[in-house]
Design a protein around this ligand. Structure first.
Ligand code: COA
Length: 322
């Protein structure tokens, strides 16, 4: 049994991801929704080439459960060992039961607890932070943290400024309490919100679709992400040269490239999925983590920096040693 209290860390011992079967490229999207846009415009401004779209009968919990199954398998953990399931989502199955409770049921588990977190595209970093705190304090020993979105359900398909940017998917990690002396695990999480900027990126309460002032969000993203990354490194006495991998929220290639340049990281050390997944909101970081661990890029002992910004506004960063 690992010790409890300040000697514990939450290690990421498994990752998983799931993308719905249907893959739609920019030209097909424009044709399907009769949009005045082009593949060239979308690729140049965002880096997005295609995205996946959930089937009509698929809910966020279906995607989340698929990602969770892979994460559990890769961790070598039985679902019955999980005592906390936290799902970050902006597109829950319904107000309640929580999407996390639905995932729990789909995994066939009845022990432990489950709840959702709402922090839009920053949701995974928020959920990771909550799970980390619960593991460090002994409230949970083994946790599933999932980002799951059917974001294309809340898009206005007549608004070319938003509907080309998003996709559906889910990613998951299994966290386990390990002694801090092992040196691995989540080092720290740094969360922020500024509700006064909430209308820059929101779901219209009447129409239930996303509204965004893209240029303003872009401006906030570049400055706030740079600041929170500095905050995370400083909190751990680390220099940017010690970061092995940047695994950023995948909203826009230009934002990701700017963060890579800030950290002096070569492009091959920045995990990029936005070209193939588009922005999957809370799912984008765990999907990228799953891809880069599955293909052997992220290795044990390496330092991974995660950062995200989204509706709220919310933003945050997390540092983890694999
Ligand atoms: N196809 C073609 N033209 C488009 C378009 C599309 N899909 N979407 C917008 N445009 C047009 C606009 O109508 C505007 O035309 P106008 O000058 O005639 O009015 C022009 O392109 C420029 O619009 P603007 O919004 O200023 O473009 P931009 O360079 O800022 O790029 C985004 C738009 C959305 C790609 C960019 O602002 C962005 O990525 N913002 C951050 C969004 C984000 O990451 N959100 C999620 C955070 S979690």
């Amino acid at each position: 049994m690992p010790p409890s209290g300040p000697d514990l860390r939450a290690a990421i011992i498994g990752t998983g991801g799931y993308l719905p079967e249907e893959r739609l490229d920019n030209a097909a999207l424009a044709a399907r929704f009769n949009l005045d846009t082009s593949d060239e415009w979308i690729v140049e401004r965002t880096g997005i080439r295609h995205r996946h779209i959930a089937a009509p009968n698929q809910l966020a919990s279906d995607l989340g459960a698929e990602a969770a199954r892979e994460a559990l398998t890769r961790a070598g953990v039985d679902a019955a060992e999980i005592d906390a399931i936290i799902v970050a989502t902006a597109t829950p199955d319904s107000a309640f039961p929580s999407t996390a409770a639905r995932v729990q049921a789909k995994l066939g588990v009845t022990r432990g607890f489950a709840f959702d977190i709402s922090a839009a595209c920053t949701g995974f970093v928020y959920a990771l932070s909550v799970a980390d705190a619960m593991i460090r304090t002994g409230q949970a020993r083994c946790a599933l943290v999932i980002g799951a979105e059917v974001f294309t359900r809340i898009l206005d398909w007549t608004d070319r400024g938003t509907c080309v940017l998003f996709g559906d998917g889910a990613g998951a990690v299994v966290l386990r309490a390990v002694p801090a002396s092992e040196g691995r695990g989540i080092l720290s999480c740094h969360l922020h919100a500024d509700g006064t900027q909430g209308d820059l990126l929101s779901v219209d309460p009447a129409a239930q679709v996303v509204r965004m002032t893209g240029r303003e969000v872009f401006r906030h993203a570049v400055t706030k992400l740079a600041a929170v990354v500095d905050e995370a490194l400083a909190a751990n006495g680390l220099d940017k040269s010690e970061v092995s991998w940047l695994v950023p929220h995948q909203a826009n290639r230009r934002i990701i490239d700017a963060m890579g340049r800030k950290l002096n990281l070569p492009a091959e050390r920045v995990v990029m999925t936005v070209d193939r997944h588009a922005n999957t909101s809370a799912a984008s970081i765990p999907l990228a983590l799953a891809e880069a661990t599955r293909d052997g890029r992220i290795q044990p002992g390496e330092l991974v920096l995660m950062e995200a910004i989204g509706g709220g506004l919310t933003w945050g960063a997390a540092l983890a040693r694999f």
